[in-house]
Design a protein around this ligand. Structure first.
Ligand SMILES: N[C@@H](CCC(=O)N[C@@H](CS)C(=O)NCC(=O)O)C(=O)O
Length: 198
């Protein structure tokens, strides 16, 4: 199976960590989405990463569809079996990915405009959502026991992206979240290598 990814991409980090945790081997192909590489747009009309291409040639995106696929081929290795618990994990993953979406909107707004054209109200609105989302996570920290699930990898992708692109801007008041990467690294030894990085 091939995974089209970029090292800084938090959603790519989520699925790379999950696959590694499950012992699923991926041929990882680094792509630059801004160049619209043919293999990417031929397989994903949205031109986004991560995009997984199975050995049979089926393209799977987005990251949550990939996570569900990894869960199926690992016989339920990523999500709990019981409905209520599974929904809880899926919603937590959606929250982490949603906060990540807001962070990416901010990064793209700044990256794609000269400073005088950056629309500050967009950034402020997205940052409000980030702040609310992080406060919710801080007040409802997921248990990080022996068995890791999809939400743990989503949180690891989100916090890795915050550490990479927003250092010093989110830790205040989020003591448990700021401490969590160290906790997670104890359970998942490859976090240092697979977390989002430049
Ligand atoms: N909902 C998608 C989001 C994917 C996404 O936005 N990926 C970014 C990189 S982190 C991307 O491909 N950006 C390039 C673009 O939007 O053209 C997922 O969970 O996979």
């Amino acid at each position: 199976m091939k995974l089209l990814y970029a090292p800084a991409s938090p959603y790519s980090a989520k699925v790379r960590m999950a696959a590694n945790h499950l012992g699923i081997k991926l041929e990882e192909i680094k792509v630059d989405t801004s160049a619209n590489p043919k293999e990417l747009v031929d397989n994903n009309p949205l031109g986004k990463i991560p995009t997984l291409i199975t050995d049979e040639g089926q393209a799977i995106y987005d990251s949550r569809a990939i996570m569900q696929y990894l869960n199926r081929i690992s016989d339920g290795g990523l999500y709990p079996n019981k409905d209520e618990k599974r929904t809880e994990v899926e919603v937590l993953e959606a929250l982490c990915d949603g906060i990540t979406d807001c962070l990416l909107t901010i990064v793209y707004e700044k990256r794609n405009h000269p400073p005088e054209k950056v629309h500050q109200p967009i950034i402020d609105r997205q940052w409000e959502k980030v702040t609310r989302g992080l406060a919710h996570l801080e007040a409802n920290m997921p248990k990080t026991g022996k068995k890791l699930n999809g939400a743990h990898f989503a949180l690891a992708g989100l916090l890795g992206y915050l550490m990479l692109r927003f250092p010093g801007e989110w830790e205040n008041g989020n003591v448990q979240l700021a401490a969590w990467p160290a906790v997670f690294s104890e359970k998942f030894k490859h976090y240092g290598v697979l977390r989002p990085q430049a």
